[in-house]
Design a protein around this ligand. Structure first.
Ligand code: MF3
Ligand code: CO
Length: 252
């Protein structure tokens, strides 16, 4: 069942989302060759704590860190470690925050130093695919309109969408109904309406769509070893329109 949120509940989710948006603005400057993913996770943990919030991920099904940090062929759910980032890597950082009982969830892929044109294009297409999906998150449309917009944009650019992991409702829990696949058909699935809060999150592979989980039980990697990117926003449908809750709009 999809939980419809009141305006005041959406305001609270937005407060959590704002923390993630500010965190992403600041973390950018810390992503450098030689930095370990654990150092980045520690910084993220401190940032969340300073803002009076807690990580929505730590302890979730036993997850052992405050963020997920996935490098190159790692798609999502990478566990921060002593792995050093190197020039040319791409690094996907996924953060969930809980404040006053309300959750927001967002992710972005960053370049480490100078990266190849191909990796830069993968990042750009994944980010744009997210915005294509968000544009469809309007009252009266259906979940499948979001899914189709993402898949068709990605495939038009000759990349593939991961089929094994999904976006989701968010707010009173980290994962709520509905499930939001990054592939599907227009005019199918649940109808969207005001008060829905959704985490839309395309995971895009440069090569084939197949993924597998490493023996650590968490890290999802591409089967063909080619790079993958991930962008996610939590959005609310207000007055029929999508409002992004995990992004700082200039002047707000
Ligand atoms: N951020 C992921 C999602 O969007 C969830 C990560 S779960 C964790 O659904 F346990 F790995 F933290
Ligand atoms: Co999510």
């Amino acid at each position: 069942m999809i939980r419809i949120k009141s305006r005041s509940q959406i305001k609270l989710i937005e407060k959590s989302g704002r923390i993630i948006a500010e965190l992403f603005e600041e973390v950018q400057g810390r992503i450098k060759p030689g930095t370990t993913t654990l150092q980045i996770d520690r910084w993220i943990g401190e940032f969340i704590k300073k803002r009076g919030a807690i990580s929505a991920f730590r302890g979730y099904r036993g997850y052992p860190a405050d963020s997920c940090i996935s490098v190159n062929e790692e798609v999502v759910h990478g566990i921060p470690s002593n792995r050093k980032l190197k020039e040319g890597d791409i690094v996907s950082i996924d953060v969930g925050v809980k404040l006053n009982g309300y959750y927001a969830d967002a992710a972005r892929t960053f370049p480490v130093g100078k990266i190849s044109l191909e990796k830069a294009r993968l990042i750009r297409v994944t980010r744009e695919a997210l915005y294509e999906g968000i544009r469809q998150a309007r009252a009266g449309n259906r979940i499948g309109d979001i899914s189709f917009a993402i898949q068709s944009y990605v495939e038009r650019h000759n990349y593939s969408v991961v089929k094994d992991l999904f976006g989701h409702g968010v707010g009173e829990a980290l994962h709520e109904d509905p499930v939001i696949p990054n592939f599907g058909w227009p005019k199918t699935g649940e109808r969207l309406r005001d008060g829905m809060v959704l985490a839309i999150e395309p995971m895009v592979n440069q090569g084939r769509d197949k993924v597998k989980v490493l023996p650590d039980g968490w890290t999802v990697v591409t089967e063909d070893g080619k790079p993958s990117a991930h962008f996610e926003h939590s959005i609310a449908i207000i007055d029929g329109e999508p409002k992004i809750l995990t992004e700082i709009i200039d002047g707000e």
